[in-house]
Every structure is written in structure tokens, then in C-alpha cells.
Design a protein around this ligand. Structure first.
Ligand SMILES: [Zn+2]
Ligand SMILES: [Zn+2]
Length: 380
């Protein structure tokens, strides 16, 4: 779009702009007065000879692409508005009538209708009941607020990079401190750490921390067993600074057993974070059956942060549950669950999902300064 000089304004829109976890098509809104020239150039640049405005095309045979055309600025922002919000949201916050004034941004549209501005990510029907609650007025969370990088894997379990490589990559991204969380012994399929290898890793952590001059906490992603206990036992868990408790097996327990299992894990005094709380893999495996309201209540009661697992395959906790968790004052941990240095960048997706829930930086433990994080892990 940038390469086409006759395009005066353009923006991505639709599900992508609203930060949906699954995107069915990519939508753009463009403004130009030279509609014919721009269409020719777009067809050329995209190698789509049949491209038409307002009609879905198939880009490279796999991505649906829709380009909306507007010739006037007011129309551009109105189209951006109506194609960004969910259909229920746009119906409720109807901006279809023509606006008889100058429109220089979407803010002007909200103004015109007498609404507070709502960030694109939050233009969802589910937000409407909370729209006058100050806690849901937007999000002040940005990547530069992140100081602590937690829940990533190394080649000690099933990651493909060494601790030194992972931490070096994290330092380059601007993180101040780290908590490596490899798999625990019950995750044998992921080369989980035996007790003996936990002590080996402890030595490696202090060697790498010295070499790189940075603080690395010894964390673990501990398996929640069938009965809700964690797989190392209470005594041994004292060896870790930070515990992410996660389910990796027996997803098909009934709702009652699964709920009790997770709550028991959350009540474990070592638990700091409930990892990927619903177990879903997007487009592949649904959430397991559990009473998530009760689980969220237990996280609040036991001061355990809910993970927003930022892997693009998970984005779990689901953003629809973030509203309720925030309402009762839960804390969150937004983690890459990276198995390689490149996957550390996934945090960006987690932040998009958190913003969709209206999250602020003071609710996210990764935004704590190092000394505040030390207090957090000693809190119980
Ligand atoms: Zn996991
Ligand atoms: Zn993990």
C-alpha cells in the first residue's frame, strides 16, 4: 500500500485490527480519488489480476483478502469504524448515518455519537455491559513495559536453544530479568527434568547469569497430575524460585474432576502462575471442560497469576474470560512459552490479547521491576 503513491490513506481493518485470536480474512480500507490507477497497481503488486474493490479475493491461494475503497475522508473513517468492530458492536454503536461534519479520525466518530473512544481491540459486544466501568476504558499495556521474561524452554527439556542463547536473545529484546521454566519430570515426552537434572540446571543458570551479568530465576513448568498435585512433591518444589503449574495430560476428565484438579493445583503454596489455563490449541483442540469462573476465583483467592500464554497457537486465557478475571482483581503473566529464540517474540500476540481485555500494566507481573518481582515470588 505504501508503495502506491495515489493511496492517500490506508489501514488494516477487520478481525486483525480487532486482535481476534483467529482471523478469517485480511481487510484493508483505502482512500484514493484515483480509483482506477490504484486498482491497476494493486492488481500488479499483489499479482491478483481479478482483484476488485469490496470483493473477497484469494491471495496466494490461501489468504482471503478484502479491500474497501473510499474516496472521501469521512467515508474512510466511517468504513474503518464499521469494519473494525464486531457486528454486534457496530449494530449497537450504529454509525451508519452520514456525519455532517469534518471527520479526521475515528475519535471524531465516537465524539459525534456522544460515546467515549474505544480502542479497536475492545470493540466487542461482550464489553458493552462494562463500557461505563473505568477499568474497561482502554489499555495502557505496551511491549516496552515488559521487564521480566518467564516461561520459556531450553534444550534442557524440549527447547531448541541453550539457556545462554535464550537469555541473550531476551536481553536484546530489552528484558531486565528472566525465569526459565523448562518441563518437569512427568512430561517425559518433552524431556522433562529429573530431580538430578534440576540441580545440573541450577549450576548452568548461575554460570549463564554470571557470564551475561543478568538475573535468572530458576523456574519450572510443573505438571498438574490427575489429582491436582504437582509432580515433584512439596518439599522438592522449594528448589525453584518460580512455579508455573500446567496441565499436559488427561484433558478429557469430566468437568467436576477437572475443576477440582486445577483448583487443588492453584491452592498449592508453591504455585505462582496457572499455565495455559484452558489447554486449547486454536483450530485443533478445544478447551477442556472445567468451571473456569471457579478456577479464576481460586486464582484470585490464592494470589496465583493467570497466564496469558502468548503462543499464537494458544492465546490462552481466552480474552472473553479476561474481563471477569480483571473485574475480581486477578493478576496476569503474559508468557511466550518459547521453545526457540525466535518464539520469544510471541509475547507481542499475548499483549494484543491482553489489550483486548483492557488490561493495564499494573495487573501484569512481567511488568514488575526486579525488586518487586522478588517480593512477588516471596509473597507466600
Ligand atoms: Zn505447557
Ligand atoms: Zn511451556
Amino acid at each position: 500500500m505504501r508503495s502506491i503513491s495515489k493511496i492517500e490513506l490506508f489501514s488494516v481493518s477487520g478481525d486483525f485490527r480487532r486482535s481476534m485470536e483467529v482471523i478469517s480474512q485480511l481487510e484493508f480500507v483505502i482512500m484514493t480519488k484515483d480509483t482506477a490507477t490504484v486498482l491497476t497497481e494493486l492488481r500488479d503488486v499483489l499479482a491478483l489480476p481479478d482483484l476488485e474493490y469490496g470483493t473477497v479475493s484469494s491471495y496466494k491461494g490461501k489468504t482471503k483478502l478484502l479491500i474497501h475503497l473510499e474516496e472521501e475522508q469521512a467515508g474512510f473513517f466511517r468504513k474503518l469504524y464499521t469494519t473494525t468492530g464486531s457486528s454486534e458492536f457496530v449494530q449497537k454503536y450504529d454509525a451508519k448515518i452520514s456525519i455532517g461534519k469534518e471527520v479526521n479520525s475515528e475519535v471524531d466518530i465516537f465524539d459525534y455519537f456522544g460515546f467515549e473512544y474505544i480502542i479497536p481491540e475492545m470493540r466487542e459486544a461482550g464489553l458493552l455491559p462494562r463500557i461505563h466501568d473505568a477499568r474497561f476504558e482502554g489499555s495502557d499495556l505496551f511491549p516496552e513495559d515488559f521487564k521480566g521474561c518467564f516461561h520459556f524452554h531450553t534444550n534442557y527439556s524440549d527447547g531448541s536453544n541453550t539457556l545462554q542463547e535464550m537469555v541473550s536473545a531476551g536481553i536484546a529484546m530489552g528484558y531486565d530479568y528472566f525465569a526459565v521454566c523448562d518441563h518437569s519430570k512427568a512430561s517425559f515426552q518433552a524431556n522433562g527434568l529429573s530431580e538430578e537434572r534440576v540441580f545440573q540446571q541450577k549450576e548452568e543458570i548461575s554460570r549463564v547469569a554470571d557470564a551475561l551479568g543478568v538475573t535468572i530465576f530458576h523456574g519450572i513448568e510443573a505438571d498438574i497430575l490427575r489429582d491436582g498435585t504437582l509432580d515433584y512433591g512439596d518439599e522438592f518444589l522449594n528448589n525453584f524460585d518460580f512455579v508455573v503449574a500446567s496441565i499436559h495430560s488427561r484433558f478429557s476428565q469430566n468437568k467436576e474432576d477437572m475443576t477440582a484438579r486445577i483448583i487443588r493445583a492453584v491452592e498449592n503454596r508453591h504455585a505462582d502462575v496457572l499455565g495455559h489455563p484452558s489447554g486449547r490449541i486454536l483450530l485443533e483442540r478445544p478447551e477442556f471442560e472445567a468451571d473456569f469462573d471457579k478456577i479464576i476465583d481460586a486464582c484470585k483467592a490464592n494470589d496465583v497469576a493467570l497466564e496469558i500464554n502468548a503462543s499464537a497457537y494458544r492465546l490462552d486465557l481466552d480474552w472473553r474470560r479476561i474481563y471477569r478475571a480483571r473485574e475480581i482483581g486477578c493478576k496476569f503473566s503474559i508468557n511466550p512459552d518459547a521453545h526457540s529464540t525466535t518464539q520469544l517474540k510471541s509475547v507481542e500476540y499475548g499483549i494484543r490479547i491482553a489489550r483486548k481485555g483492557g488490561m493495564d500494566r499494573n495487573e501484569v507481573i512481567n511488568c514488575l521491576a526486579l525488586d518487586e518481582f522478588r517480593q512477588f515470588i516471596r509473597r507466600k
